[in-house]
Design a binder for this molecule. Structure first.
Ligand SMILES: C[S@@+](CC[C@H](N)C(=O)[O-])C[C@H]1O[C@@H](n2cnc3c(N)ncnc32)[C@H](O)[C@@H]1O
Length: 257
């Protein structure tokens, strides 16, 4: 995919400098914002990175935008505060001394929730574009919610394919391993996932991967899947416990060690 780095309109000197530095780092061109729509129209680029007035980084194309935000994590945590059960927390069971590995970071919404209860979350993301936006967000986003600012600092995000990562880690490095691959049958009502679909890695999880995940976990592996997907049908027999959303068909399957 072809892309450039730019700023929002009427940038400050600082925004331009930052955008130029990122363009150099990514090995692409910096382009003045005034010329970007023309480049999109001529199909010279597929999308562009933007540094905005708050020095936050996002990706834009046509009328769409991909950026780091606290949205879904904040709502889920509010529900937990109001006494509702959250299947991620129920299945992973993070405690204040646990180290969790989130193999598929995405927008880090679930990594944030886990980090709020755990000591540390190590996360991997295999898409360079998703990684850059989320890494930038975790380092620079200022939330008006205290627990989110604290949780962001507990996430160590790596640009890595989890299939390679899990094969290099030592036995029982993490208390729990969590994996939420892209569903084979997308749930388009899932607004939090929609913006990243075009950039995501669509790998299928196999039994050898699960064996490796169990090897590097002390307590359990939790897989998020969808009742309509082949992955669920293939793994169902391995789950010691399932947390199933009757409304959406999303399953958090627990494999204990
Ligand atoms: C469904 S999303 C995860 C959403 C995440 N749980 C959240 O709360 O935002 C799946 C993510 O895993 C990433 N992914 C898929 N296969 C991967 C792989 N082999 N290695 C690393 N990341 C991968 C995708 O690029 C995507 O960002």
């Amino acid at each position: 995919m072809k892309y450039i780095v730019t700023t929002s309109y009427r940038p400050t000197k600082e925004m331009v400098e930052l955008a130029r530095t990122l363009a150099k780092e990514y090995g692409v061109k910096y382009v003045n914002r005034r010329h970007v729509s023309e480049k999109l129209k001529n199909k010279e680029i597929d999308f562009y990175y933007v540094i905005d007035r708050n020095l936050m980084l996002s990706i834009k194309w046509n009328n769409e935008e991909f950026f780091f935000h606290q949205g879904i994590a904040k709502i889920r945590m509010e529900n937990i505060f109001h006494g509702e059960k959250d299947y991620l927390i129920e299945s992973v069971q993070p405690t204040n001394d646990s180290i969790i590995y989130d193999a598929t970071c995405g927008l880090a919404s679930e990594a944030l929730l886990l980090a709020n209860f755990a000591r540390k979350v190590v996360a991997t993301e295999g898409s360079i574009h998703i990684f850059r936006i989320v890494q930038w967000g975790l380092a620079n986003y200022k939330s008006n919610v205290d627990w989110i600012n604290k949780a962001m600092k507990k996430i160590e995000l790596k640009f890595s394919d989890y299939k390679e990562f899990i094969r290099k880690e030592k036995d029982e490095t993490f208390d729990v391993v969590y994996c939420d691959p892209m569903f084979e049958n997308p749930i388009y009502e899932s607004n939090s996932i929609n913006p990243l679909r075009g950039f995501a890695v669509y790998d299928s999880l196999n039994l050898k991967d699960i064996e490796e995940m169990l090897r590097i976990a002390k307590k359990r592996v939790v897989i998020k899947t969808y009742q309509k997907d082949k992955l669920y049908i293939n793994l169902k027999h391995m789950f010691d416990k399932e947390y199933v959303s009757r409304k959406s068909g999303v399953v958090y399957g627990v494999i204990n060690k």
